[in-house]
Design a binder for this molecule. Structure first.
Ligand code: IPM
Ligand code: MG
Length: 363
C-alpha cells in the first residue's frame, strides 16, 4: 500500500519530534512492505516567517491531496503580539477546519515502566487507560462574533461559545462507537449548571446514548471531572467533551500518566486525518535535542490505525514504545536519579530498534 504523507513540522520542538516519528514510520513501512511517500510543508510560525501566512494555500492543497497528515507543533513567542489571524495557532485551527477534523481522539495510557514519573501514587494511577474525545471544530474556538473593541483602559473582549445539535450528535457518535470497542463507558463532561451550550450538549448526548444500550453513559460537570481525573483516573474509559474542556482535560491527563510528552492524538472525521502530539511547541527546550518524541511516534501509530486501518502496524509501534520504556529509555521529561535521560534522537532509535525486533518476530 502507498502511504502518501504530508508532514507539517511547525515550530519549536515540532520539527525534532516529527523527524523521529517519520523515521519510525519508515521502519514500519519497510518491515511490513508498504511504500511511503513523505513531503514536508509549512505551518504556524515557520510559515509566517516564510510567507506571512500561518497556513499557506499550498500547504492546504497538499494536505487535502494526501492520505494523512502528521503535525509536529505550532506556536512561537515571536508572534505573541500579532493579531489572531496572524498567530501561528491560527494555522493549526484552520488546518483542522480545512480537513473537517471534528473528532480529536486523545488517549492517555499509563505505562507500567513509568511508575516513578506520575505525581500520583502507583496504586492510584496503575491501570489508567482513557480516551478523551474532544470536539474540535466548535465552541469558543470558532464561535462568532469574537473581538476586542474600545479604547485602552475601557476595552471589551468578546468570545462566543456556540454548538449546534448536529455538531454535538456527530462527536457523540464517535465517542459511543469507540466505547463499544472498549469498556463501554462514556462520561460526558460539561458545565450544564451554567452554560446553555452544555445543556444542549447533555440533552443530545443522552438522546444519542439511547442508540447504544450496551454503553453506560454518565454526565459530569467539568470542575468535578477535573478533580476525579486526579483522584480516580482508572475509572475513566471514554470522556466525551467540547473543544475547550477537552483541551484542558487532555493536558491534565498527560500530567496524570507522567508526562504530556507521551500523549498522541488523532483529529478525524473529514476526508484526511491529522495526527499530532498533544504537547505544544515548548519553545524553552526547542533546538536542544531533549524533547520527548513519543507523543509524535504514538501519533504515527494512531495514523496507521485510523487512516490506514493497519492494526498490526499500529500495535507494533505501540508495543515498541512500551518496550523502549521498559528497557529504561527516558527523555528529560521522564528522567530520574535512577534513570538518566537520553536525547530525542536516541529515544527515536530505541523505538525504531524495537519496531524491527517486533516486526521480525511477528513475520
Ligand atoms: C492543543 C493545543 C492547541 C489547542 C493550540 C496550540 C491552539 O493546545 O492541540 O491542545 O488549543 O487546540
Ligand atoms: Mg492544548
Amino acid at each position: 500500500m502507498l502511504l502518501k504523507i504530508i508532514v507539517l513540522p511547525g515550530d519549536g520542538i515540532g520539527p525534532e519530534v516529527a523527524e523521529q516519528a517519520v523515521l519510525v514510520l519508515h521502519s514500519v513501512a519497510e518491515a511490513f512492505g508498504h511504500q511511503l511517500e513523505v513531503q514536508n510543508k509549512l505551518i504556524g510560525g515557520a510559515a509566517l516567517t516564510a510567507c506571512n501566512d500561518p497556513l499557506p494555500p499550498d500547504t492546504i492543497a497538499a494536505c487535502l491531496a494526501s492520505s494523512a497528515v502528521l503535525l509536529g507543533a505550532v506556536g512561537s513567542p515571536a508572534f505573541d503580539h500579532n493579531p489572531s489571524q496572524l498567530r501561528p495557532e491560527a494555522g493549526l485551527l484552520r488546518i483542522r477546519r480545512e480537513l473537517g477534523a471534528y473528532a480529536n481522539l486523545r488517549p492517555a495510557i499509563f505505562f507500567s515502566a513509568l511508575e516513578d514519573c506520575s505525581p500520583l501514587r502507583p496504586e492510584i494511577v496503575r491501570g489508567t487507560n482513557m480516551m478523551i474525545v474532544r470536539e474540535l471544530l466548535g465552541g469558543a474556538y470558532f464561535g462568532q462574533p469574537r473581538s476586542i473593541e474600545g479604547n485602552p483602559g475601557s476595552r471589551v473582549a468578546v468570545n462566543t461559545m456556540r454548538y449546534g445539535e448536529s455538531e454535538i450528535e456527530r462527536i457523540a457518535r464517535v465517542a459511543f462507537d469507540l466505547a463499544m470497542k472498549r469498556r463501554r463507558k462514556v462520561l460526558s463532561v460539561d458545565k450544564a449548571n451554567v452554560l446553555e451550550c452544555s445543556r444542549l450538549w447533555r440533552e443530545v448526548v443522552t438522546r444519542v446514548g439511547k442508540d447504544y444500550p450496551e454503553v453506560k453513559v454518565a454526565h459530569q460537570y467539568v470542575d468535578s471531572a477535573a478533580m476525579l481525573l486526579v483522584q480516580r483516573p482508572t475509572e475513566f474509559d471514554v470522556i466525551l467533551t467540547e473543544n475547550m474542556f477537552g483541551d484542558i482535560l487532555s493536558d491534565q491527563a498527560g500530567g496524570v500518566v507522567g508526562s504530556l510528552g507521551l500523549l498522541a492524538s488523532a483529529s478525524i472525521g473529514g476526508p484526511v486525518g491529522l495526527y499530532e502530539p498533544v504537547h505544544g511547541s515548548a519553545p524553552d527546550i526547542a533546538g536542544k535535542g531533549i524533547a520527548n518524541p513519543l507523543g509524535a511516534i504514538l501519533s504515527v501509530a494512531m495514523m496507521l490505525r485510523h487512516s490506514f486501518h493497519m492494526e498490526r502496524e499500529a500495535a507494533c509501534v505501540e508495543s515498541a514504545v512500551s518496550a523502549a520504556l521498559s528497557q529504561g529509555a527516558r527523555t528529560s521529561d521522564l528522567a530520574s536519579k535512577t534513570h538518566p535521560s537520553i536525547s530525542t534522537a536516541e529515544m527515536g532509535r530505541k523505538v525504531l530498534e524495537a519496531v524491527r525486533t517486533a516486526a521480525s518476530a511477528s513475520a
